[in-house]
Ligand binder design. Structure first.
Ligand code: CO
Ligand code: ZN
Length: 328
């Protein structure tokens, strides 16, 4: 597995609406392997491999969660709000990084009752003493992501933004490993998923696919006293049956299951009781698109230390490659 590439992808800065750096990185990785690349008006990266058969769209989102600056106090602390699902409890004591490389620490006001913790009771400390000094570097509306390093743990990997750079990584590696396909393939790297599947919506309209698969992370139930869920790290990529945004189309679900069985690739079935992915927007495009999701089991989603299994990633790449090489 190309860990160097995954390290670059996860450590790069790319909160929703600020996907440029990650898009440049992906573009340079895939440009020699596809027939056409374009960036649409929303900022989605759409890479195409020509074919005479069905139009298949794969979607991985480039953006990650983050925080957005809403105010600066006279003594140089930054007030902030969330970009996507950011928990105040997860944020305490974390480092965040802005696009210019400025690092800040998330602190909180003194609270008698920790249950009252909300983002508006918190602030970012970039280590300066006044509003004037902050203003030289950071403005209202500037955005930061969590700041943490990519680490390998035996069979597992932990990093920030595995949601959904792992999806981008799998799409890149699938593009590289594909030999021939009878289908016309659209690898779409979407923007603003964390704000409500926004890039996928416009990209699906322009691609107008016959079938779509999103690649994204899903939760697991394999940690002490976790909320019940059968998905486990290391048991194979998960074929989504349902989440809050989508009921997977039987054609796409069965395509993934049959291809996994034919090739002895381990897989699991996923019912997620919350959350959504790009396929939630894609399947409602135009007159409807049969859509599904290949999910990568992930612990600690939306924290600076998301965790996945390398084996699940390797199996996902093989499974997608086999699917795309089929006559659909
Ligand atoms: Co997410
Ligand atoms: Zn995601």
């Amino acid at each position: 597995m190309n860990s160097e590439l995954l390290k670059k992808l996860t450590e790069e800065y790319g909160p929703s609406g600020n996907e440029e750096k990650i898009r440049d990185l992906i573009q340079s990785e895939i440009k020699d392997y596809v027939d056409e690349i374009k960036i649409d008006k929303m900022g989605n990266l759409i890479a195409m491999k020509k074919g005479s058969g069905k139009r298949i769209m794969l979607a991985s989102h480039m953006d990650e969660i983050g925080v957005i600056i809403t105010g600066i106090t006279d003594n140089g602390f930054l007030r902030f709000s969330n970009i996507g699902g950011v928990s105040p409890y997860v944020s305490i004591g974390q480092r965040v990084i802005f696009s210019d490389g400025t690092i800040g620490i998330v602190g909180m006001e003194h609270l008698e009752d920790i249950k009252k913790l909300k983002l508006e009771k918190m602030y970012i400390d970039i280590g300066v003493k006044s509003k004037e000094e902050v203003s030289k570097r950071i403005n209202i509306g500037d955005v930061a992501s969590f700041h943490s390093s990519f680490t390998t743990l035996d069979d597992f990997i932990t990093a920030k933004a595995l949601d959904d750079r792992i999806g981008c990584f799998i799409a890149i590696e699938t593009i590289k490993s594909l030999k021939t396909s009878p289908n016309e393939l659209y690898f779409v790297f979407t923007v603003q998923e964390e704000l409500g599947l926004r890039g996928a919506k416009t990209a699906a309209f322009s691609v107008d696919p016959d079938l779509a698969i999103a690649i994204d992370v899903t939760s697991t139930g394999d940690t002490p006293k976790a909320k019940h869920m059968v998905v486990k790290l290391g048991n194979g990529p998960a074929v989504k049956i349902k989440d809050k945004s989508l009921l997977s189309h039987p054609t796409v679900k069965n395509l993934m299951i049959h291809t996994a069985k034919e090739n002895q690739i381990p897989y699991q079935l996923e019912v997620l009781e919350f959350g959504g992915t790009d396929s939630g927007a894609i399947h409602l495009t135009r007159s409807g698109v049969p859509s599904g999701v290949l999910s990568i089991p992930c612990r600690y989603v939306h924290t600076p230390s998301e965790m996945i299994s390398k084996k699940d990633v390797e199996h996902a790449i093989v499974l997608l490659t086999k699917i795309l090489e089929k006559e659909i």
